[in-house]
Structures are given as C-alpha cells and as structure tokens.
Design a protein around this ligand. Structure first.
Ligand code: BG6
Length: 441
C-alpha cells in the first residue's frame, strides 16, 4: 500500500480544519492509501488533542490516516529546523513522498520555504511537492517576486498552485462539452456568440477575513483568479493534447488576449464600513461587488462582449456561465418573436446544463414558446463526486497538474487585473443593500 506524508503548514486554520482534513480522510478511504497527516501550528496540542480538534462533529479519521502535530511558529527562521527528524521518525522509512501544503498567510512563505528546502525534502527518487494557495501576490510585481522566491527552492514541476474553482464539476466539464459536441465547438466564436456572462454571486459576507479582504477587494479576491480561470476555459483554443503544459499554454494565450473596455460597476454593501472600521479604515473604498465588461483581441472572439460579475451579500449564492448566441436575421418565421439561443452552465448550487431554444406552442398557430433542454449531470449519475479539495489533493498526489494554475497564466491574469485596477481607481463605489441584486441591477 502506498504511503504519503502530507504536512499542513497552518494546521490549525480554517482551511486545514474545514477542507483539507476531511479531504485527506476521504482520499485515504476511497483510494486505499495510507497518509501521515502532520499539522503544524503555533498553538500547543498533543497529537490526540489535535486530532480531536480536526475531527469535530463532522467526521472521524479512518485508520489509514495517522494524525500528528508539530508545534512551530512561522515568523522564526529556525522553527522548522528539526522537522525532518520528526518526519523521519514518524515515517519509519516508509513514505512514497512528501507534500507540503502552505495554508498560512503569504507573509510567512519566505521563512517557510527557506527552511523546508534546507532540511525537509525526501532524498532522490521520492516526490517532494509544494501546494500554495492564493493570494499569489497583490499585483504583477509582487507576484513575480513571490514566484522568484518559490522557484529558488522548488522546480516548476514541484509547485502546485491552487484555484479551487478548477475542481468544480462544471468547470471540468467545459472542455468536454466543447470538444465532444461539434455543434458547439463549430459555433464557439464571435460569428455566433454575442455575449459571455460569468456570474459568481455570494450570499455571505466577509466573515472573519476583513483584515485580508479590505486590502484585496472583489477584483483581486475573485476576478483575478476564479473568474479569469473560468473565462480562459471558454475562450481558449483546443489544446494539442490534454497534458497540463498544452492546456496551460492555451489558457494563458486566451487570458493574454482579453482586455478591459473601461465599463465597470463597483459596489460596497451597506454596513461594510463598520466592519472595515475594525481594521482602522472606516472610509474604505474596497469593492465588495464588481461587474466588468471585457473583450478579446483574438480573431475568433472579436466583437463578443464578456461580462464578469461577482459580489458578496447578494440575494443568493449562484455561480453560472451564460453563452448568449446572436439573434440571427430571421430565416423564415419573421413575424414571430424568437429569443436568442442560450447555453447556461450552472456552477453552483446546481450543476445543470441548459440549452434555451424556441419551439412552437402545441395547438397554436405558430406561436413561439421559449423552452430549455436541461440536464443535471450530478443528479442523473448520483455521483459520489469528490469535494474540490479532495480532488485537488488527489491530483497532486498523482502528479497531475492540469487542475492547477501555471505561472504563465498567473502572469497574464495579473497584467489584466493591474490594467483594470488602474482604470477604475477613480470609479464611484455604489452602496447596495444586503440581499439585493447588486448595484448594476
Ligand atoms: C475564495 C474567496 O477564493 O472563494 C472567498 O477568497 C470566496 O472570498 C470563495 O467566498 C468562494 O468559493 P465558493 O467555492 O464558496 O464559491
């Protein structure tokens, strides 16, 4: 049986507790592998106390997961110096690889990476991988210096940059739908498509993350990563193969060709200023809502309008992609009111695929009704689809980087976002009510 070590730096944080531990447990159970889970944090815990904290009421660890705790702060340059002794002792020479998951604030990355590279990698022949989460810097410049730091210690093959949206079923399905349905791929361009809308609305607010969020805002928190990643799957040319390098290269080219038209709605929910007051910024101009209109220079997409929309404390949690086709000049029934065809890929809470068409109302004299051909892949197959982090961790263990973001994509995404932020810096921030449709409504 294969045995892997997963070290979570930031082992007592929300990500470790809510997402990573249950995912690790599911992987061990479903895939039949043993995992040594080592949580590292500043607080003092025995192994049993740490395990009990992770287990809470939601799940119990399987026997295949051995949970250990290593106490260390990350602001100290020597805090991890004995970690390798600890890992060697716990692994007892039986580990097929080590994965280090950086679930800490990026301000600690330098200390952590330097120490890991000095002492904690397995010897040759075994895997050593590093997983990092956003924020990947705050602009192109800071991303580049973060990347130089990581690359100083790890090769590109060893770095897994997470965007958890890439593990969502609908996003994984985009290329499959396009490439396995010629009627879609043949019409997948601006000759046929008028508009692409990508919406990621959230009902919840900032929660306990005001410190981070107030310095970040919706454009950097959501657009720079999740929304541009979704867009890249829509706009990209078919990759030569499904190997990660080919997929990443085409996605990066697609992002590179996208540009901001200058049209934007920015909003802040009522009451946000009170939250920001806690960080000493009661006049905060941080946007909690953004709707941006983009276009692409690619000859396949000239003229198609791209709307990206995301916000917090809106009416409902809903994420979807709408591909709106052109209303062709009438072909035959010119006096009849048809709707443009529309393909809707729902991301969450449902994952339905809908194709909106026009059809004759039965019994009528050529009255048109607008109907949708809908299909819910997850309901139909009642699949035990892995949660986002479970899938990502498993792909990382297998060494498949397709669902992770590459350096080239991040660079292009930052260029686009830096340009947007520069152009909107004096835009009005419109206040909107909690539970509303947002300021652009
Ligand atoms: C995170 C953002 O990346 O994605 C959060 O930092 C946001 O602000 C979250 O709430 C949304 O993820 P999901 O999977 O709940 O749509």
């Amino acid at each position: 049986m294969k045995k892997y070590t997963i070290v979570i730096l930031g082992g007592t944080g929300d990500l470790a507790v809510e997402k990573l531990s249950p995912s690790i447990n599911n992987i061990a159970e479903k895939k039949g592998i043993e995992i040594l889970l080592v949580g590292i944090g500043r607080r003092i815990f025995s192994d049993n106390e740490y395990k009990a904290m992770l287990e809470n009421s939601k799940f119990r660890f399987s026997k295949k997961v051995n949970v250990k705790y290593y106490q260390a702060g990350f602001d100290n340059k020597n805090s991890l110096k004995d970690l390798h002794v600890f890992l060697d002792k716990e692994e007892k020479g039986k580990s097929d690889g080590r994965i280090f998951y950086l679930a800490t604030s990026h301000v600690f990355f330098k200390n952590i990476l330097e120490q890991l590279s000095k002492c904690c990698f397995h010897k040759e022949g075994k895997i050593n991988r590093i997983v990092i989460e956003k924020p990947f810097g705050e602009d192109l410049k800071s991303y580049n210096s973060l990347n130089r730091l990581i690359r100083k210690h790890f090769s590109e093959e060893q770095i897994y940059r997470v965007d958890h949206y890439l593990a969502k079923e609908t996003i994984e399905n985009i290329l499959v739908l396009r490439m396995s349905n010629p009627f879609l791929e043949r019409t997948w361009n601006s000759d046929f498509i008028e508009k692409i809308n990508i919406t990621v609305d959230e009902k919840k607010g900032i929660g306990r993350r005001i410190e981070y969020y107030d310095k970040t805002g919706a454009i950097r928190d959501m657009v720079q990563n999740h929304l541009l990643q979704i867009l890249s799957f829509i706009l990209m040319k078919p990759p030569k193969t499904t190997i990660p390098g080919d997929v990443h290269a085409e996605k990066a080219k697609a992002i590179k060709k996208v540009y901001f038209t200058g049209k934007a709605f920015l909003g802040q929910y009522e009451g946000y200023a009170e939250e920001a007051r806690k960080t000493g910024n009661p006049n905060s101009r941080t946007e909690t809502f953004a709707e941006l209109t983009l276009k692409s220079n690619d000859k396949n997409w000239k003229g198609t309008t791209i709307n990206l929309r995301t916000g917090k404390k809106l009416k409902k949690k809903e994420a979807k992609i709408e591909i709106i086709y052109k209303k062709e000049p009438c072909l035959l029934y010119c006096n009849i009111d048809t709707n443009p065809n529309k393909l809707v890929l729902n991301i969450q809470p449902e994952q339905d695929v809908e194709l909106c068409i026009n059809t004759k109302t039965p019994g009528s004299e050529f009255e048109i009704t607008h109907e949708s051909l809908a299909f819910s892949p997850t309901k139909k197959f009642d699949s035990d689809a892995p949660q986002n982090y479970e899938l990502l961790l498993w792909e990382c263990i297998k060494g498949n980087k397709t669902l992770f973001i590459s350096d080239i994509e991040l660079k292009e995404a930052w260029k686009t976002v830096d340009d947007i932020r520069h152009k909107i810096k004096n835009n009005k921030i419109i206040t909107y009510k909690e539970g509303s449709e947002g300021p652009s409504a």
